[in-house]
Design a binder for this molecule. Structure first.
Ligand code: PEP
Ligand code: MN
Length: 296
């Protein structure tokens, strides 16, 4: 893949992205929250629960890419305001999806990390627009995308001037209908080999089955993922989207304890321990500067 001038791996330098005091690409970072922002009360309840369990960032969709035009499409601006309130109350930076080129500018005023969803991975106009803003981007893998196609989409964002791209494996379509998607964990070591960009895994959309989220999260961490994105809801039965695949707060708490134990066994730590100890700057930033120079 030598046509990847910016996203391709060079000289072993890896991109580290600072969001608040979280260092994506260096710490183990867990992003958690509801599929959709439904109401202030719902989002604040979940935000406090995931904070307590140790999540580093809050997720929640204000613009939802739904299969049917009759399904809940998201609260839009109202949803973004709710996310901003949740950030204010919990201190958690916010990850939210932007669906439309026309919305990139103003959505990025609310988001700490902009999400490009699987269905929009190859929306090249959107990628170019997102490349112009100064917010990190989480680029989800399209459900039919090869590694080369995915990395070329990251290339679009980097080429447009935004160096802070996080890749997220979220499962691909295969012939297996029992799971919602087939989570391709090979993508983790593959992306480490092909790119300097951080690689996350979304076991929620990747499996669509609550009982598979914990084992696939453990497998992703063991395989070297830089982080996870997990959907959590305190009342999944009444969720307006993806209720059946949401973890309850207590299940998420257990998952976090298990990930922490696994990280210890593997010789790492969960993000905020050492992020807070070391803070910004210092020796570790050298890697980021090298990667940034290269990325540009
Ligand atoms: C999401 O994370 O909210 C989402 C819609 O996921 P995906 O784009 O991976 O389907
Ligand atoms: Mn969802």
């Amino acid at each position: 893949m030598n046509h990847l001038k910016l996203a391709g791996l060079k000289e072993g330098a890896r991109t580290i992205i600072h969001v608040g005091n979280i260092r994506i690409g260096r710490d183990m970072v867990v992003i958690a929250g509801p599929c959709s922002v439904e109401s202030e009360q719902q989002t604040l309840t979940i935000a406090h629960a995931v904070l307590k369990a140790g999540a580093g960032l809050l997720r929640g969709g204000a613009f939802k890419p739904r299969t049917s035009p009759y399904s809940f499409q998201g609260l839009g601006l109202k949803g973004l305001k709710i996310l901003a309130k949740a950030r204010e109350e919990t201190g958690l930076p916010v990850v939210t999806e932007v669906l439309d080129t026309r919305d990139v500018g103003w959505v990025s005023e609310y988001a700490d990390v902009l999400q490009v969803g699987a269905r929009n991975m190859q929306n090249f106009s959107l990628l170019k627009e997102i490349g112009k803003v100064g917010k990190p981007v989480m680029l989800k893998r399209g459900m039919f995308a090869t590694y080369a196609e995915w990395l070329n989409c990251a290339e679009y964002i980097l080429d447009a001037g935004n160096p802070d791209v996080i890749l997220c494996e979220r499962g691909i379509r295969t012939f297996e209908p029992w799971t919602r998607n087939t989570l391709d964990l090979s993508a983790i070591p593959a992306m480490k080999e092909l790119s300097h960009l951080p690689i996350f895994v979304d076991p929620t959309h990747g499996t669509g089955r609550v009982e598979l989220i914990q084992p696939m999260s453990m497998a992703a961490v063991a395989a070297g993922a830089d982080g996870l994105m997990v959907e959590v809801h305190h009342d999944p039965e009444h969720a307006m989207s993806d209720g059946p695949q949401a973890l309850l707060p207590e299940q998420f708490e257990t998952l976090m304890v298990e990930i922490s134990r696994l990280r210890e066994a593997l010789g790492g730590t969960i993000h905020d321990d050492d992020a807070q100890l070391e803070g910004e700057g210092g020796v570790e930033d050298f890697g980021e500067k090298k990667a940034r120079e290269y990325a540009w």
